[in-house]
Design a protein around this ligand. Structure first.
Ligand SMILES: Nc1ncnc2c1ncn2[C@@H]1O[C@H](COP(=O)(O)OP(=O)(O)OP(=O)(O)O)[C@@H](O)[C@H]1O
Ligand SMILES: [Mg+2]
Length: 457
C-alpha cells in the first residue's frame, strides 16, 4: 500500500477582516427584507437586500458568470457587505477575496494570478464510493523491529489498529506509512476514523460520542459509533476548488483522495501550473460531471478596489466571465470618474473600469450613513472591543463619522480606550476623544497641512 501526499486546502488564507468581526451576515428576514439593526449590520437596507437577492441567485445557481459592482464612498460598508455575502453562502461555497493590487507581483504574471484566483473560487463536490475500514479506534499500537539497515535504532514495522463498530471489531495490521498519516491526523484511541483501502489515506471523522462526557478544553465534534461492518463501501463527499486540483496535480507526487482518481489520469509529473495542465484538469472534471460523480459549485471571487486593475486585467476579466465555468465576480470600488490603469489617454471612466465591463455589471450602491446609524455602528464596535463610551464621547465620535469618515471614527475607538485606561477610568470620555484627535490626524487635516506647508506634515 502506498501513502500519497495530502491535498492541501489552499482556500484557507489569512483573514484581513479584523475590522469586520462584528458583521455576522446580511441580517435579512425570511422575506429578504433588511432589519434595521441585525447581523451586525446597521442601515444600508437597499444594498443589503440587493446582496440578499444575489445570495439567493448564487444558491440556486442562476448567477454563474455574472458580475456585481458594489459602488460607494469610502467606509460605507462595501467590504463588509462582501464578507456578509460569504457568510450567508456558508462554508461549502468557495469565497475568494482579493484586493486589486494583489495581482501585481514580480513572481507571476498578473493574468496568471487572476486566473489562479478565478479557479480558487470554483468549487467541485466529488462523490465517490470507496472501500474503507471505518470504526472507533480501540487499539493503536506501533510494532517495532530491528532496523534492517543495521545501526542501533529501531523502526516501525507495522501498526496494529483496532476498529470497533456497532456490529463488531476488527484488528488491522497496517503498513508503517499509514502510521504517519494517523499521526498527522492526530488520531488517538476513542476517535472515529476511516482508512481508505486503496490509497491508505486516513481521515479522522470525530471523537466517538461514548467519550462525550469527558472533560475537553478544545471544541470537539462528537460522532456516533459507525453502524455496519468495519470493512465496507462508503460514499465520501469532498469539496475542493479547481485551484486545489491544479496544485495537487502540478506537484510531482500527486495527492490524496480526489487525486487518487484524478491523479491516475494525469500521471505525467509536472511542477508548474500551465495552461495545458489546467485544460487537462478541466477535461477530467467535465468527464466526472458527465458521469454524475462530481458537481460544480461556482463560488464568489471578490475583487476589492477594482480600480487598481489595469486594462490588461480587465480584458482578461471580460473574457473569463464568458467562459462556461466562471465564478460570480463581485467588484468593489470607491472611485467615481477616474482613469483606467495602463491606458495613456486622459479619458476618465466610471469607477476606473472600462465601459464594456460596466455594461455587464449589476451595480449595487452603498449610501453614506446618518449620525444615528454611525452611532449604532460605533457602539457595536465598542461592545466588541470591550470598551464603554459615554454618550458625550459617542456624539463626538459620530460627528467625526459624518465630517471625516466612519473608518476614522472607528479607528479612534481603540486608542481612546488606551487613554481612558491609562487615566484609570473605565469609560471613554469626550476628553479622551479630543486627545486622540490631536494625536492622530484624519485624512482631511493631513491633506490641508500638506497643502499649506508643501512639504512634510
Ligand atoms: N452598515 C454597517 N453596519 C455595521 N458596520 C458597518 C456598516 N458599514 C460599514 N461598517 C463598518 O465600518 C468599517 C468600514 O466599512 P468598510 O471597510 O466595509 O467600507 P468600504 O466601503 O469597503 O470602504 P473603502 O471604500 O474605503 O474600502 C468596517 O469596520 C465595517 O465593518
Ligand atoms: Mg473596502
Amino acid at each position: 500500500m502506498v501513502q500519497i501526499n495530502e491535498v492541501k486546502d489552499t482556500q484557507t488564507r489569512e483573514s484581513r477582516t479584523a475590522a469586520h468581526t462584528h458583521i455576522k451576515g446580511l441580517g435579512l428576514d425570511e422575506h429578504g427584507i433588511a432589519k434595521k439593526v441585525e447581523g451586525g449590520f446597521v442601515g444600508q437596507s437597499d444594498a443589503r437586500e440587493a446582496c440578499g437577492i444575489i445570495v439567493d441567485l448564487i444558491k440556486s445557481k442562476r448567477m454563474s458568470g455574472k458580475a456585481i459592482l458594489l459602488a460607494g464612498a469610502p467606509g460605507t460598508g462595501k467590504t463588509a457587505l462582501a464578507l456578509a455575502i460569504s457568510q450567508e453562502l456558508g462554508p461549502k461555497v468557495p469565497f475568494c477575496p482579493i484586493v486589486g493590487s494583489e495581482l501585481f507581483s514580480a513572481e507571476i504574471k498578473k493574468t496568471a494570478a487572476l486566473m489562479e484566483n478565478f479557479r480558487r473560487a470554483i468549487g467541485l463536490r466529488i462523490k465517490e464510493t470507496k472501500e474503507v475500514y471505518e470504526g472507533e479506534v480501540i487499539e493503536l499500537t506501533p510494532e517495532e523491529a530491528e532496523n534492517p539497515l543495521g545501526g542501533y535504532g529501531k523502526t516501525i514495522s507495522h501498526v496494529i489498529v483496532g476498529l470497533k463498530t456497532a456490529k463488531g471489531t476488527k484488528s488491522l495490521r497496517l503498513d508503517p506509512s499509514i502510521y504517519e498519516s494517523i499521526q498527522k491526523e492526530r488520531v488517538s484511541v476513542g476517535d472515529v476514523i476511516y482508512i481508505e483501502a486503496n490509497t491508505g489515506s486516513v481521515k479522522r471523522v470525530g471523537r466517538s460520542d461514548a467519550y462525550a462526557t469527558e472533560f475537553d478544553l478544545e471544541a470537539e465534534e462528537y460522532v456516533p459509533l459507525p453502524k455496519g461492518e468495519v470493512h465496507k463501501k462508503k460514499e465520501i463527499v469532498q469539496d475542493v476548488s479547481l485551484h486545489d486540483l491544479d496544485v495537487a496535480n502540478a506537484r510531482p507526487q500527486g495527492g490524496q483522495d480526489v487525486l487518487s482518481m484524478m491523479g491516475q489520469l494525469l500521471k505525467p509529473r509536472k511542477t508548474e501550473i500551465t495552461d495545458k495542465l489546467r485544460s487537462e484538469v478541466n477535461k477530467v472534471v467535465s468527464k466526472y460531471i458527465d458521469q454524475g460523480v462530481a458537481e460544480l459549485i461556482p463560488g464568489v471571487l471578490f475583487i476589492d478596489e477594482v480600480n487598481m486593475l489595469d486594462i490588461e486585467c480587465f480584458t482578461y476579466l471580460n473574457r473569463a466571465l464568458e467562459s462556461s465555468i466562471a465564478p460570480i465576480v463581485v467588484l468593489a470600488s470607491n472611485r467615481g470618474m477616474t482613469t483606467i490603469r495602463g491606458t495613456d489617454d486622459d479619458k476618465k471612466s466610471p469607477h476606473g473600469c472600462p465601459a464594456d465591463l460596466i455594461d455587464r455589471l449589476l451595480i449595487v450602491r452603498t449610501l453614506p450613513y446618518n449620525q444615528e446609524e454611525i452611532k449604532t455602528i460605533i457602539s457595536k464596535r465598542a461592545v466588541l472591543e470591550n470598551l464603554n463610551v459615554t454618550p458625550d464621547a459617542l456624539d463626538k465620535l459620530s460627528l467625526h463619522g459624518i465630517n471625516n469618515s466612519l473608518r476614522y471614527a472607528l479607528q479612534l475607538l481603540a486608542p481612546a480606550g488606551v487613554l481612558s485606561k491609562t487615566a484609570g477610568r473605565s469609560e471613554i470620555t469626550s476628553d479622551d476623544i479630543e486627545e486622540c484627535e490631536i494625536l492622530f490626524l484624519d485624512s482631511r487635516r493631513s491633506i490641508k497641512i500638506l497643502e499649506e506647508t508643501k512639504g512634510y506634515l
